[in-house]
Design a protein around this ligand. Structure first.
Ligand code: MN
Length: 421
């Protein structure tokens, strides 16, 4: 098997034509796994688990980490404090609403930075916050000033930025920057952006915002989180938010491993991230979150480096880069050949040869035929049972169950519905 050590030897228009040359000199990775990632329904990380994840990510070269919202619970505050005092290289950040007790809770946890967030679209202001634009601006300024006065780095974040009035967004950000924010995060809270729209928006923002480090937080509701983040980086944003395994609310956030490898491979950009530990950190987060990585998930999915079809396996055996955009070894993974309905003779020959078993072309052909027959005749019972267990867990065992919910309500003196009494 021939392995091309560098994908860069393969033709790449991004690099040849300089299309990716607009990226910032240094991309600063902001991890959200322990905050937005933990907000994935049913997920909790203990303080010790957060420290485990944070340690690996910091060792890999992640620059900034949002490790939680201290006001959520005493355990959450303990987690933030534990990670903040662990002496990691990454800058540790705690998140809060633009509410005084929330900001105070962050400061008490010894975080290096606080990220103060507030919604900015009229939709959120009217129905969720029940605040006017002026009240939101006032709260943002007041809390940014308060945090700055307490000697912590201040990041200002707006939720639902891409469905808000642009002139108001400009006014709000410039006020927060005047009040002490040195970094600002435009959040596409519900994944409402496209790459072209993102570039247009960032271009306008750069003309109108006072000087501050620009950051984006993209959600994957339409499967565009990584594409939108790349578009933002090309437009001059320096700080992308990511989650390991693309965890996060609903369909998740921009995936760390996808963004890093897209930059490394498709743009030939040196991220400074220790990519050989991508598989390791992905497995760790899978274990601790309990959210299985989708089989067809990019980069870290089981299928990302699995080959069954005759044409593909034949190509990969002759030269891996024919059907692999990056080497699995580079991120700590291995390629696999799956034998099934679509298997061809090259893969069978290759497997026999690896074990030193000589075979005639006729014998190989016979083996291929029998593999196809077996694969096509296999019962689907086991497959159906697996899907059943998986669905049941997703639907009934995530978070607190119905029985547990009503048990808790009963302890609080409430009467559960008949079936839970
Ligand atoms: Mn989010």
């Amino acid at each position: 098997m021939s392995i091309v050590p560098e994908e860069r030897l393969v033709w790449n228009y991004n690099i040849e034509a300089g299309l990716g040359s607009k990226l910032p000199r240094k991309v600063l990775f902001w991890d959200e796994t322990m905050r937005d990632g933990e907000q994935t329904p049913g997920v909790t990380f203990s303080p010790e688990e957060k420290l485990k994840i944070a340690t690996v990510l910091s060792e890999m070269g992640v620059d900034i980490m949002d490790v939680g919202i201290p006001v959520v619970s005493r355990e959450e505050a303990r987690g933030v404090k534990l990670v903040a005092n662990a002496g990691l290289d990454a800058s540790i950040l705690a998140a809060c609403r633009a509410v005084r007790k929330d900001v105070e809770a962050c400061i008490e946890c010894d975080a290096d930075e606080v990220s103060i967030f507030i919604a900015c679209s009229d939709l959120h202001l009217k129905y969720k916050l029940k605040m006017t634009r002026e009240q939101v601006l006032e709260a943002a300024v007041r809390e940014c000033e308060y945090a700055k006065a307490h000697g912590v780095g201040v990041t200002f974040v707006t939720e639902d930025t891409f469905r808000a009035d642009f002139e108001y967004v400009v006014k709000l950000y410039n006020a927060a920057i005047d009040a002490g924010a040195t970094r600002v995060v435009l959040s596409d809270t519900i994944g409402y952006t496209t790459p072209t729209m993102m570039q247009w928006f960032i271009g306008r923002v750069r003309e109108r915002f006072k000087p501050a480090q620009l950051s984006v937080h993209c959600h994957n509701d339409f499967g565009l989180a990584v594409a939108n983040t790349l578009a933002a980086l090309e437009a001059g944003v320096e700080v992308p938010h990511t989650c390991v395994n693309g965890l996060g609310e609903r369909s998740g956030n921009a995936s760390f491993e996808e963004l890093v490898m897209a930059l490394e491979v498709l743009y030939g950009y040196e991220t400074g991230i220790e990519v050989s530990r991508i598989a390791e950190v992905s497995r760790l987060v899978e274990q601790l979150s309990g959210i299985p990585i989708a089989v067809n998930k990019a980069v870290v999915g089981y299928n990302s480096f699995s080959h069954e079809s005759g044409i593909h396996a034949d190509g990969v055996i002759k030269m891996t880069s024919t059907y692999e955009p990056m080497q699995p070894e580079r991120i700590g993974r291995e390629r696999r050949f799956i034998f099934g309905k679509h298997t061809g003779s090259t893969a069978v020959e290759d497997r026999l040869k690896k074990h030193g078993i000589p075979a005639t072309p006729e014998q190989v052909k016979e083996v291929v035929g029998m593999i196809k027959d077996l694969a096509e005749s296999r019962s689907k019972e086991e497959q159906a049972a697996f899907i059943h267990v998986y669905r049941e867990r997703e639907e009934k065992r995530r978070g607190v169950s119905d029985a547990e919910f009503w048990g808790i309500a009963k302890k609080a003196g409430l009467t559960p519905p008949p079936e839970f009494r």
